[in-house]
Design a protein around this ligand. Structure first.
Ligand code: SAM
Length: 312
């Protein structure tokens, strides 16, 4: 039997999203991305009788409905745009945002560093605009589960809209909770916890309670003080080990004839990833704390620091 979304699969349900690369003409109701000659991208949903307008001119949606993915479409101002089904990256770059999103270079590293696999239960906080949620849902697959906490209702609504728009439906294995993650984690057990919020150190105790030994936590934090404080809090808790921090740089290249070189501009910084494994406390048979070098200073005492291990 042919797998759904296989290039030779029979037509899918009307309105259900098709994978880019599915050998079927574009249909009304599908999300598409238009790319112009300057590589600008435009996201839209095809509607019979609809029109797409831009500086490049006008294209009736009917000119795109029924064509093969990748077709060049001419506007009424005689410019050409290419029409494709959007990748997750295309979608994230153009979707509505409530909060700053995690882009694909960091999504890929989060999925790898946290070893998110099909069947995993992953808790994420906060859901923000739902960009990372889409990557986590793809990684856990239909047998896994993603539980997203978001304490701002307006952000949760945007995340819900984005996830539903890209996937064509609200997935049954996605649980979006409008709640503070510290409260929500108290009643949960998860294989992985992924944190993209301002003060991840406030969540460490709750994460330790929700992750069984061997579980993995990842925090995505833009600044060095956040990394330092999260690292310090993980070690102080005594139930984490193998704490590592990385930064991911992706340098685009221009290729034009013999002019092949790194692009002049790149995204130089997004955020750091700090990953750690949950282990039993030393008193319960866990590993020793890390050996610190003597000449690295005492570390920072944060002015509003709470007692290690106390409730935030
Ligand atoms: C940078 S955004 C997350 C973006 C998201 N990862 C994405 O890719 O679209 C951070 C979000 O965390 C939420 N947040 C902050 N602290 C939280 C907490 N303790 N519990 C739940 N959500 C929280 C904020 O409201 C905000 O929407």
């Amino acid at each position: 039997m042919t797998e759904p979304n296989h290039p030779n699969a029979p037509a899918t349900t009307e309105g259900a999203p098709r994978l880019p690369g599915t050998d079927e003409p574009l249909a009304a109701g599908e999300l598409v991305v238009l790319i112009d000659r300057k590589r600008r991208r435009y996201l839209l949903t095809l509607e019979a009788g609809g029109e797409w307008h831009s500086h490049a001119g006008l294209v009736p949606h009917d000119d795109m409905i029924g064509v093969v993915e990748g077709s060049a479409i001419r506007t009424n101002r005689n410019m050409e745009v290419v029409v494709l089904r959007p990748t997750r990256e295309d979608f994230i770059l153009k979707m509505k945002r409530g909060a700053q999103v995690v882009y694909t270079k960091d999504q890929a590293m989060i999925v790898a560093a946290a070893d998110v696999r099909p069947g995993c239960t992953v808790v994420e906080a906060g859901a923000g605009s739902g960009a990372l949620t889409l990557a986590l849902l793809a990684a856990v697959g239909p047998t896994g589960r993603v539980i997203s906490f978001e304490r701002r209702e307006d952000h949760a609504r945007i995340a819900e809209r984005n996830v539903t728009r890209f996937l064509g439906e609200r997935p049954g294995n996605w649980d979006l909770r409008i709640e503070d993650v510290v409260d929500g984690l108290a009643a949960l057990t998860a294989h992985r916890v992924v944190l993209d919020l301002l003060e991840p150190w406030l969540v460490v105790r709750a994460v330790a309670a929700a992750l069984p030994p061997g579980g993995i936590v990842v925090a995505y934090t833009p600044t060095v003080p956040q990394v330092m404080r999260f690292d310090q809090t993980l070690w102080a808790d005594g139930r984490f080990t193998d704490v590592r921090t990385t930064e991911t740089l992706v340098r685009p290249w221009d290729l034009d004839g013999m002019a092949v070189r790194p692009a002049h501009r790149m995204v130089a910084h997004t955020a750091f990833l700090t990953v750690a494994r949950r282990v039993p406390h030393r008193d319960e048979g866990g590993p020793p704390p890390p050996r610190r070098k003597e000449n690295t200073g005492p570390g920072i005492v944060w002015h509003d620091q709470q007692e290690a291990g106390s409730e935030p």
